[in-house]
Design a protein around this ligand. Sequence first.
Ligand code: FAD
Length: 287
Amino acid sequence: MKPFDFIQPQTTDAALAALAEHSPNVRILNGGTDYVVELKHVAQSPGVVVDISRLQDLKGIEITDAGLRIGAGVTHSEIMADPLIAEHAPAMIDAAHTVGAVQTRNLGTLGGNLVTCVPSMDSGPTLLALDAQVTILGPKGSRQIPLSEFFVFVRKTALEPDELLLEIIIPKENLGKPAGFIKFGLRKGQALALVNAASAFRIEDGKFKDVRIALGAVAPVVIRAAKAEAILEGQAVSEDLINEAAKIAVTEASPIDDFRASKEYRNDLIEVGARRTMQAALAAANA
Ligand SMILES: Cc1cc2nc3c(=O)[nH]c(=O)nc-3n(C[C@H](O)[C@H](O)[C@H](O)COP(=O)(O)OP(=O)(O)OC[C@H]3O[C@@H](n4cnc5c(N)ncnc54)[C@H](O)[C@@H]3O)c2cc1C
């Protein structure tokens, strides 16, 4: 690990001031479950590390006029135990449950997971399927963008070096939207996703509405399977259509072929994952 300066601000304003002062030679630290690993291997010092784990503005889960607000500093364990998430976005709990082991979930934050922006992140698909928005704070104030625009490329988000992720918002029209999440790894626990997936839709007058199918670990960033979504949208509910949409989802992905799994195997997982999450969303809609 190379030497660096360490700042632990107590307020968001102080954190933003530190980021502005030291940008671009500055990095944010929250739970540290990703970044400390990276820090150990860097060839050059990051300059200044700003620890944002004390910032109260990044904590808490609450209902606001906009929807369900989850602070970027909320941990995966807090998500798993939260009654509002259980009521309004239970698929997020299924996703949080699959992140690492209990120690990682106790320290690792939702914001850190999204900002790391690896294709296999486990919180991305469900949030994408629920049309989540993110609020970014920087020297010019705050801006809100869809999560789909936040993901730019592998380990690259829409954040500038002097900005931080404040919160994630699931819009109020999507609270309680039936959804399902699944993750496939080489083991049941402590394994990165070979493929993960989430689906969400409403059933109105016996037809699929507002269909979302999101896939992780199959492209540089978490993606929506738009053609598969279109197969279902506005159509009468049927298992056959779900099966067809799952097959189409495979054509929208470009999974890698590596030592952990072949491309062919990952394609099989995409079809199974898309199908099972659509079936889970249907079961939730019928419940
Ligand atoms: C053993 C182990 C197992 C793991 N298993 C999984 C797994 O199964 N699934 C999975 O998805 N992940 C897994 N991870 C990765 C990691 O735990 C998660 O991504 C976690 O949510 C990261 O959160 P953090 O608070 O620890 O982020 P940190 O390590 O503190 O930061 C990660 C990155 O995000 C930036 N950052 C953090 N918060 C903010 C913010 N609010 N605004 C701007 N930038 C910010 C940091 O600068 C850094 O670049 C695992 C990690 C370990 C060590």
